[in-house]
Design a binder for this molecule. Structure first.
Ligand code: TRP
Length: 336
């Protein structure tokens, strides 16, 4: 690994296995980026704890599930460093200093946090650790001096907040210690749920997991909404808001053919079943090798733990270096 390559830091909360929404939003980009960048992939168990008090087993059990998803999707531990957030104390340490550079009201204005507070019904009883998790996320990113962060579009406010903290820190210590970053967004940023809801999510029960069986994939495709006005094959159909087309946009490998299909559907004469068969074929072709690799890795958990142990050691080295610089910049190097 050459240090001249741009540094990527990204990751996922370990509250459940990953699904196609994660794949399209960021995982697909990460698999491509690992060849041209130095990539760190974080299993965000500490962050998952912020709204799973008393459910820590769910969080810890899913560390291995998300790691399996990464490996199955084609993350190569020889190219990318996969590590466990909670096992890198340097991240918590950096977060502690960054927390002094942000106000509570700024955190309350973070749109992602606002959405999540509403979703979880916290109202005024927000755990402080939850409200401040964007700062911890900024710690994750800046500890590696990452310049690129492949994430779904719901995470853009986190990047903005990170860069605010970087500027504040550097200006406070009058040195360029931390580095600003930018999001890497995929062309298809958000996949709808199979029920047509705006976002695919495990908790909304509208997701296709990366490890889905052939049968589960087929059933999910059959459940998808198309255009409710498209009653007979000959009727003109609507492409916008049509879940099957949203999925074809994300997964069809022949864009020219897809455009012809859209035109045909709009004119009328193209059956939903033809589209669903096409989508099913694409999803089966994508997910079959992923499912097989997932099964292989899941039979060798010892090896997966080895990969995570080595990745975590390396993550500690890199973030430890940044922490020395941060502490020196703050004058916290009493012993030299
Ligand atoms: N917030 C991300 C999620 O909800 C997980 C995460 C934690 C993350 N730290 C990060 C993503 C740093 C990108 C960069 O899944």
């Amino acid at each position: 690994m050459s240090s001249a390559k741009p540094v990527v830091l990204t990751g996922d909360r370990t509250t459940g296995p990953l699904h196609l929404g994660h794949y399209v939003g960021s995982l697909r980009a990460r698999v491509a980026l690992q060849h041209t960048t130095q990539q760190f992939l974080l299993l965000a168990d500490t962050q998952a704890m912020t709204d799973n008090v008393g459910r820590h087993r769910k969080v810890t059990d899913n560390v291995i599930e998300v790691a399996l998803d990464y490996l199955a999707a084609g993350i190569d531990p020889g190219l990318s460093t996969i590590f466990i957030q909670s096992q890198v104390p340097e991240l918590a340490e950096l977060t502690q200093y960054l927390l002094n550079l942000v106000t509570v009201s700024r955190l309350e204005r973070n749109p992602t946090i606002k959405d999540e507070i509403r979703l979880r019904g916290f109202e005024r009883d927000i755990p402080a650790g939850f409200l401040t998790y964007p700062v911890s996320q900024a710690g994750d990113i800046t500890a590696f001096k990452a310049t690129l962060v492949p994430v779904g579009d719901d995470q853009l406010p986190m990047i903005e907040q990170t860069n605010e903290l970087v500027r504040k820190f550097n200006s406070a210590v009058e040195r360029q210690v931390l580095v600003e970053c930018e999001a890497v967004l995929s062309p298809v940023t958000r996949l709808p749920g199979i029920d047509g809801k705006a976002k695919m999510s495990k908790s909304l029960n509208n997701a296709i997991p990366l490890g889905a069986s052939a049968d589960e994939i087929k059933k999910a495709v059959n459940r998808m909404y198309t255009d409710p006005q498209h009653l007979r094959v000959d009727d003109p159909g609507q492409v916008e808001g049509n879940v099957v087309f949203a999925f074809l946009d994300a997964f069809d490998t022949e864009p020219a053919t897809l455009e012809e299909l859209k035109a045909h559907y709009r004119r009328g004469g193209l059956a939903d079943s033809v589209l669903k068969r096409r989508l099913n074929d694409h999803l089966q072709a994508l997910l079959e090798p992923i499912r097989q690799r997932r099964q292989q890795f899941s039979m060798d958990r010892g090896e997966v733990l080895n990969i995570l142990r080595q990745g975590t050691e390396r993550a500690r080295q890199v973030s430890g270096q940044t922490m020395s610089e941060v502490k020196a910049a703050l004058g916290l190097n009493y012993f030299g």
